[in-house]
Design a protein around this ligand. Structure first.
Ligand SMILES: Nc1ncnc2c1ncn2[C@@H]1O[C@H](COP(=O)(O)OP(=O)(O)OP(=O)(O)O)[C@@H](O)[C@H]1O
Ligand SMILES: [Mg+2]
Length: 259
């Protein structure tokens, strides 16, 4: 069975069907992508997967369990982590504190424990710090751990989000437009980082991306949606040559050129 299996997913917003009977699977250990024109419903799919939106119907099986109706932090605990299309960092906290904040879903102590600080909680906090530093090292930001996140260049801020997601020790990492706002060198580094995360940490990756060069380079499987519906699925070359995909992208010159 696939690590993530979605079937007949439907999401409505006040009568508007944003996701229409969508189905796809992400195999364990793979790098897969979800693409489609602006407004196609990609982020909404991620929001359903991570418990931010509750779909109207359908099934989402993650790691052999249904996760529909679970709260976002429970889904994180189950092993799914994400980064956001728009950065969501605490700008007045340090890089390290930002990464540590992502791990509190994993601890038993919780917020009250952080205040009371028993011996075991101190040990837990120390462990969180250690894992957070490892993850910062992994994304190449350990040297900047004490810098306020808001003072970092944009590309580094995105890396903080990656470290925060990795610190939850995910089985599946969802990345919503990771290349947005990055320059060409940063995009090349991003490709290496995506491959490195999968190959050395064994994390399965599912990404949304408009940069077709990046998508085609890293993805083993691509699902294409338009108006909330799946219009194609396959390898990079299968998808690139699919007339339905070309037609869906015709409305958007940039994406059409990139394709
Ligand atoms: N909370 C919401 N309330 C109402 N409509 C929403 C909500 N979230 C998304 N939508 C609508 O759902 C549709 C799909 O939006 P979504 O953000 O999922 O698209 P997307 O494929 O991620 O687009 P982009 O490539 O621009 O990020 C849009 O028409 C959007 O307006
Ligand atoms: Mg989006």
């Amino acid at each position: 069975m696939a690590l993530l299996q979605v079937e007949n997913l439907v999401l409505n917003f006040s009568g508007l069907e944003v996701i229409k009977k969508l189905g796809f699977a992400v195999e364990k250990g793979s790098i897969a992508s979800l693409i489609g024109p602006n407004g196609a419903g990609k982020t909404s799919v991620f929001n359903c997967l991570t418990g931010f939106y509750r779909p109207n119907s359908g099934t989402i099986i993650f790691d052999n369990s249904s996760i529909i109706g679970r709260k976002p932090h429970k889904i994180t605990q189950a092993g799914m982590a994400r980064t956001f299309q728009n950065l969501r960092l605490f700008k007045s906290m340090t890089v390290l504190e930002n990464v540590m904040s992502g791990m509190h879903c994993r601890t038993s102590a919780g917020a009250l424990g952080a205040v009371l600080q028993t011996k075991s909680q101190r040990r837990e906090e120390e462990k969180i710090r250690q894992v957070s530093e490892e993850c910062l090292d992994f994304v190449g930001l350990l040297a900047k751990k004490e810098v306020y996140a808001g003072n970092l260049p944009y590309g580094d801020q995105r890396r903080v989000e990656w470290a925060r997601a990795l610190a939850t020790r995910p089985k599946l990492l969802l990345l919503d437009e990771p290349a947005a706002g990055l320059n060409n060198d940063e995009k090349k580094e991003l490709i290496n980082l995506i491959l490195h995360i999968r190959d050395s940490l064994g994390v399965t990756i599912f990404l949304i991306e408009h940069d077709m060069g990046l998508v085609m380079k890293v993805s083993e499987r691509i699902t294409v949606i338009d108006y909330g519906k799946r219009i194609a699925e396959g390898t990079a070359s299968e998808v690139q040559n699919n007339p339905k995909v070309i037609e869906a992208y015709l409305g958007s010159e940039d994406e059409n050129e990139a394709l």
